[in-house]
Design a protein. Structure first.
Length: 566
């Protein structure tokens, strides 16, 4: 292909009637003041979209326009261009055929970038244009930090040798960022953020140290290194979390905030003494704002019912499910909707996961006897409208929350049960009086998180025998097996076959019939009536609905419904 021609982006967009001359003049003034690229200024000014810019360039140069979100590329092909050059020139290699390569660029008219790429690849180059935003995401996905992590871990092993490192001295030095252990941790955190990990697990084994990431609820191995670097990593993390580095016999908890790629990440750290040292789990909470109820994956009917439920003036609303099922996200979304100037909102949590402006949040501290129950009692003297209790852990907390709901407050909380009907029985087991429960409990939301199939690599496939049997059991009507999709794996989804998760929900509202059964303490009758109320709207039904819509696989629907049955 011939070398691309140089074009003036502003004139091109005006020529194709995507922006006006006045908008171009405004953008040029902003560009002159900021020094940023014109295309970025135009997009941030909402004069044009990235897709419109890419389309205009493709039409002018008569070259293909690629949607990187919809193509499957081999990682080794992309890495023909080093990450440093890919980020600098906003370009990736997407195809290698014979001795010719196809390169997708955000700006194919950047002739200096084109010449540098050709000089490095030493091959004939065909150029395509790609959306700048999707190209940046694609680079993050492909250029993982795995090799860098392994190399830094090896270097750290050599540096440590058999000597003991004084981490107090290390933390006090001005050039801490040059220390191998800090560089290794930075690479681990960057890699975890790139693959959207929710947790990092640092686990000492008999002969190695494993670092694993939890992505979309599933653990995968990030790297395996020499076991002797484990104490160095754990002690450095303890220093960052302001934990006692001398205490290795007892579990500890801490937290710290790091900044990576202009993003603040809140890290909650937990250590545990194990057979071969100390294990650490790091929960990553990005400061990206609280998700709204409309973004949780609810059906329109579920959304309308839950919104009506949380806008009641009083009553107890429970969100149930196992650890990691998204309960806290749902509660915060509800709080965000209720957070108005006219309401006073109080929360007691362990720990406080997200900071909400305008909400008074209390952190439980067992060492000074600031428990859920003690905070709740204080809340009732603070004239609240809405109270959030992070978790119903004991009978005292449950009793105070129920009384608060009865006396004119809206109370939100979580409980560990498998489904919505089990929540009432759990509270009765915790000692809640039936008359109080029947008058205070307004509704229960049970939920799970289901992994969504990768839109790039999922494909129709023959079902396994057990999947076919399960489908016949779950579906009242026959379904064309050819419509079912399975996870395959590609560079977009880190070869898992899944990308992102969506919530599934069942909502049980307490009406007169159910309240009467609770008042009599008839748990078996309550469960039977609740199941009747939920017919066709259970977690199992929602998982099957996602599967039939091609949003998830049969295997994932089976996994989630098995969780419900446990």
């Amino acid at each position: 292909m011939a070398r691309p021609e140089k074009i003036r982006l502003g004139d091109l967009l005006v020529q194709q009637k995507l922006i006006s001359q006045e908008q171009l003049a405004t953008a040029l003034e902003k560009q002159k003041a900021s020094g940023r690229k014109l295309g970025r200024v135009l997009v941030e000014s909402a004069f044009v979209t990235e897709d419109e810019i890419s389309g205009a360039i493709a039409r002018q140069l008569d070259i293909p326009l690629l949607d990187l979100r919809q193509i499957h590329v081999r990682p080794e092909t992309v890495r023909l261009l080093p990450e440093q050059l890919a980020r600098r020139f906003r370009a990736v290699v997407v195809e290698l055929k014979d001795e010719k390569v196809r390169v997708a660029m955000a700006d194919p008219t950047d002739l200096f970038a084109y010449d540098e790429i050709v000089n490095h690849l030493k091959r004939e180059v065909d150029v395509s244009v790609a959306n700048e935003g999707s190209l940046a995401q694609f680079i993050d996905l492909i250029y993982r930090r795995s090799d860098e992590i392994n190399e830094l871990a090896r270097n750290l092993t050599d540096e440590i040798g058999e000597d003991v490192i004084d981490f107090g001295t290390l933390a006090a030095t001005q050039n801490t960022e040059e220390a191998p252990v800090v560089r290794l941790l930075q690479s681990v955190f960057e890699d975890a953020i790139q693959v959207r990990a929710s947790d990092i697990h640092v686990e000492p084994q008999e002969k190695s140290l494993k670092i694993r990431f939890r992505v979309d609820g599933v653990l995968s191995l990030a790297t395996e290194a020499d076991r002797k670097i484990g104490p160095a990593l754990i002690q450095r993390l303890k220093l960052m979390a302001d934990m006692d580095i001398a205490e290795r016999r007892l579990p500890q908890d801490g937290r710290f905030v790091i900044r990576l790629k202009k993003r603040a990440v809140d890290v909650r750290m937990s250590t545990l003494p194990v057979q071969y040292g100390e294990s650490a789990v790091l929960r990553l909470l990005t400061h990206g704002g609280v998700t709204s109820l409309t973004e949780l994956g609810m059906t329109p009917q579920q959304l309308a019912r839950i919104q009506a439920l949380i806008h009641r003036p009083h009553g107890l609303i429970l969100v149930t499910g196992p650890t990691g099922s998204g309960k806290t996200t749902t509660l915060y979304a509800a709080l965000a909707e209720l957070n108005t100037r006219e309401r006073k909102l109080l929360t007691v949590e362990d720990p406080v996961e997200y900071r909400l402006p305008g909400v008074n949040q209390v952190q439980v501290n067992e060492r000074i006897e600031l428990t859920f129950a003690r905070a709740l009692r204080a809340f009732l003297r603070q004239d609240p409208d809405v109270i959030l209790v992070g978790e119903m852990r004991d009978s005292e907390t449950a009793l105070i929350a129920l009384r608060a709901a009865l006396t004119g407050h809206l109370v939100l909380s979580t409980l560990h049960t498998n489904d919505a009907p089990s929540a009432a029985a759990r509270l009765l087991d915790m000692g809640a009086p039936p008359f109080l429960l029947s008058t205070s409990l307004a509704g229960v939301v049970a939920q799970r998180l289901v992994r969504r199939l990768c839109p790039v690599c999922s494909e129709a496939a023959a079902l396994e025998p057990q999947e076919r049997i399960w489908l016949k059991t779950e579906l009242a009507t026959s379904l064309d097996e050819g419509l079912m999709k399975r996870a395959c794996g590609c560079s977009h989804c880190n070869h898992t076959g899944y990308q992102g998760r969506s919530g599934i929900y069942e909502l049980l509202e307490i009406d007169g019939e159910l309240a009467g059964l609770l008042n009599r303490g008839d748990t078996s009758g309550f469960r039977a009536a609740a199941q009747s109320h939920l017919r066709g709207q259970t977690l199992r039904d929602e998982a099957v609905r996602m599967m039939c819509a091609g949003e998830t696989s049969v295997a994932e629907a089976m996994r989630v419904t098995h969780q419900v049955d446990e």
